[in-house]
Unconditional design. Structure first.
Lengths: 252, 330
């Protein structure tokens, strides 16, 4: 694998995570439990789509001058490099917020490291995204704590969400050849190096939420390297890509 | 506009002789363009009418998220998706400002939300129409927000302080809404034959419902006269509708879209366009609950509210625990 090939994979992983999660969160529009949450979810989705534009534009440059839209709307499922966590369906509000929290925690740590990337473009995107994600994490942590330590029902639902999502956490910390190449180039840290900080952060919040962190370290994998996505991704793409696929070449 | 057919409370405009001293002082303030603030004395009918009007406006912002939200996951580019998300987020924010304004009149957000959900309060008829192709999103911004602005701009000068201030904040954002809508539909009107077809299709379906947004003619209504005396209504429905048509026709011409009204023509003498009235029987059907989407819209809002109960309860319980712990520690 050349450095450029690895760099492209890295950028797709960053951009596809934000694209797919942004899409999922945007599905809530108009259906949230309270107005403030409708606003907050739309805001989160908006930030994530904005970050997608930055990551995928850079990826497109590396990939022979494609646009971010080409990459978002004209690739098939096997070309996507997001972790499985972000493509699982929203479920109830509890699952959506738990997923957001589990992702935000990783995202904030990752972006913090990327701010000192040897690649200035990566560092610049990370600096901008990091500000937004700090706020996402603050909000999702507060909500996880509020609902975990709320009523009996909200506690039970949050524990159920955590149990369901936990097996999707491990994939964010798996390191492979792409990561090794990025580490060698000083572009990004090794994902496995983030785990300790992540466990400490997540452990603190979940404890405050009176939730039990599952013991199993089993991890579903296959999104980051595109080997095997969930069945859900194809449906998401069907909706997201429909206009671009149905009317090829049109500008919008 | 988002407040339609608001029933003005009371029996119509009173003469100065019929007014009590308090009422006279109140009307004098309004006539002198002094804002009425929540703590000031106000006639019960003024308060009741404002609650209806602000509440219906707020509900419209909230329900209005649904037809636009219908396309967020299918937006054709990242840029369009971001713009639409930002717009719908604004609309939810407008709902929030307006519920806060209503709260200053002594009605809680939960109370009037319940009234929306069980059908006692209405929202604008326009949101009971479906968004069927991507050009509808352009049409909603251009025509629907455009019609809303016609009403909201004068309402910045309305007599009730919190309502007026909410309108000032809202109007700042509305012009962006209309521009992005026009830009989206322009792209399609200038695009492929299929895109042009979508744009015209959107125009065909949204034209008359947009005209209905202003409500039936009220130039002879005693209720409107009272609302105008109170400065919670600034123009008649017909004035606003005419203004909207006059503004929109040249824009449609520029886009090369045909307005679905064969009788539409410039009237040199009046200095305005002549146009056909919408089908008011359709309007009353929609108001009664028989529009194409009434049932779905209300069901979606009810489901969101019911499904969200455990979340609201959970967050409230947590806030109480925290407060309890703080008190215990002190
Ligand atoms: Fe609005
Ligand atoms: Fe609006
Ligand atoms: Fe608007």
């Amino acid at each position: 694998m050349t450095r450029d090939e690895a760099f492209l994979q890295f950028l797709l992983r960053m951009g596809d995570n934000t694209l797919i999660l942004g899409h999922r969160v945007s599905e809530w529009c108009g259906h949230a439990p309270v107005l403030e949450e409708d606003i907050a979810l739309a805001n989160t989705a908006l930030d994530l789509i904005g970050q997608t534009q930055m990551w995928l534009s850079l990826a497109g440059e590396i990939d022979g001058g494609k646009s971010a839209d080409d990459l978002a709307f004209l690739r098939d499922a096997w070309d996507f490099r997001n972790v499985l966590l972000v493509e699982v369906p929203n479920g109830d509000f509890g699952r959506t917020l738990m997923r957001q929290f589990l992702f935000d925690a990783w995202h904030s740590i990752m972006l913090g490291r990327l701010m000192t990337s040897s690649d200035e473009r990566v560092a610049a995107i990370a600096a901008k995204a990091s500000k937004e994600v700090t706020y996402h994490l603050e909000r999702s942590s507060d909500t996880v704590v509020g609902l975990g330590d709320g009523t009996e029902e909200s506690h039970a639902r949050m524990q159920e969400a955590l149990d369901y999502l936990w097996p999707y956490v491990g994939e964010m910390f798996v390191s492979d050849d792409v990561d090794a190449e990025m580490v060698a180039a000083g572009i990004a840290s090794n994902p496995s190096d983030l785990r300790e900080e992540y466990d400490a952060l997540v452990g603190r919040v979940l404890a405050e939420a009176t939730l039990t962190t599952p013991e199993s370290r089993f991890a579903h994998k296959g999104g980051r390297d595109g080997r095997m996505h969930t069945e859900h991704l194809g449906h998401l793409l069907t909706q997201m890509q429909w206009l671009q696929r149905a009317y090829p070449g049109a500008t919008w | 506009m988002y407040a339609q057919m608001i029933k003005t409370a009371g029996t119509g405009v009173k003469s100065r002789e019929e007014m009590s001293e308090q009422e006279r002082a109140f009307q004098d303030k309004i006539d002198a363009d002094i804002k009425i603030e929540p703590k000031d004395w106000m006639p019960d009918d003024y308060r009741a009418t404002l609650i209806r009007q602000i509440g219906q406006h707020a509900h419209s912002e909230i329900v209005g998220q649904l037809p636009e939200g219908n396309w967020i996951t299918r937006a054709p580019t990242l840029e369009r998706k971001a713009i639409l998300l930002a717009k719908v987020q604004d609309e939810a924010g407008h709902g929030l400002y307006l519920y806060c304004a209503a709260e200053t009149l002594g009605v809680s957000r939960d109370e009037i939300t319940e009234m929306l959900l069980d059908g006692r309060m209405k929202y604008s008829s326009i949101f009971n129409y479906p968004t069927l192709n991507w050009a509808d999103i352009g049409a909603v911004g251009w025509l629907v927000d455009g019609a809303a602005i016609m009403n909201q701009v004068p309402l910045q000068r309305t007599s009730f302080g919190p309502y007026s201030r909410a309108m000032i904040r809202i109007c700042k954002e509305e012009s962006f809404h209309q521009r992005q809508g026009y830009d989206a539909i322009r792209k399609m009107a200038e695009g492929t034959p299929e895109q042009r077809k979508m744009a015209q299709d959107a125009m065909n379906r949204f034209w008359y419902p947009s005209l209905m947004m202003f409500g039936p003619s009220d130039k002879e209504s005693v209720h409107s006269a009272q609302s105008m005396a109170w400065k919670i209504k600034i123009n008649t429905n017909d004035e606003l509708r005419q203004k909207f048509v006059d503004q929109t026709v040249p824009q449609a011409e520029y886009l090369g879209l045909t307005i679905p009204d064969p009788d539409l023509k410039w009237n040199e003498e009046r200095g305005h366009y002549d146009f056909s009235e919408p089908d008011w029987s359709e309007f009353f059907d929609v108001i009664k609950g028989n529009g194409p989407c009434n049932v779905d819209r209300l069901a979606a809002r009810n489901k969101a509210w019911d499904d969200g109960k455990w979340v609201r309860d959970g967050l409230l319980a947590h806030a109480r625990k925290k407060r309890g712990a703080k008190v215990a520690a002190e």
